[in-house]
Design a protein. Structure first.
Length: 192
């Protein structure tokens, strides 16, 4: 019994240390700005301004494809002496349905015109858009994302809102952050 208590205590201490470490490392993050149009609990409708993103598409299972995409984008944007990042990391299926697109919104301090192109990374401006969102904490596996998308679509139907594009996933924390401390969102662009 004593062994199990030590293991549990050690696990809790490691989880707390990881969470505190992430909070200390994430001070330089900038959250993407948006205007909240309406909010009901975890659900909201938001207006986003035009955003510049760097994006890449990777083949494979969602979690590993998004992780590899994030690595490529982080190296591209911040491997040139930059630091900090903008959250969230956005991910969705690519237009061809063959892979997963990962997007990083560029921090205001980076001028997209100053970046040289690189194979496998695209720079583009997302137009201003209205988004329906549901925010949740915890694991962001396929099951959790699917359940949250179903809840968001149910809420949208109740509100008389129509989708204008595919679902997107937004991740705000490092994969090293303990699951209960992670912030995630499911986003669906709305018709005007």
């Amino acid at each position: 019994m004593q062994f199990n208590v030590k293991m549990i205590g050690g696990g809790i201490a490691a989880g707390l240390a990881a969470g505190v470490g992430y909070l200390m490392l994430s001070r330089d993050e900038q959250a993407v700005s948006f205007r909240t149009v309406t909010r009901e609990g975890a659900f909201s409708v938001r207006d986003y301004p035009r955003l510049w993103v760097a994006e890449t598409v990777m083949q494979g299972m969602r979690e590993s494809a998004v992780a590899r995409g994030l690595g490529r984008l982080a190296e591209y944007l911040f491997g040139r002496g930059g630091s900090g990042r903008t959250v969230p990391v956005l991910a969705d299926g690519d237009e061809d349905g063959r892979g997963w697109r990962t997007r990083l919104v560029m921090p205001a301090r980076i001028d997209p015109e100053s970046l040289a192109p690189e194979e496998g990374v695209s720079l583009r401006a997302l137009p201003p858009r209205r988004i329906a969102a549901v925010r949740f904490n915890g694991a962001s596996d396929d099951r959790a994302l699917g359940a949250q998308e179903a809840e968001l679509r149910r809420w949208m139907k109740e509100q008389g809102l129509r989708a204008a594009g595919p679902v997107e996933h937004a991740f705000y924390n490092s994969p090293l952050t303990p699951a209960p401390l992670r912030r995630n969102e499911v986003l669906i662009p709305l018709a005007a």
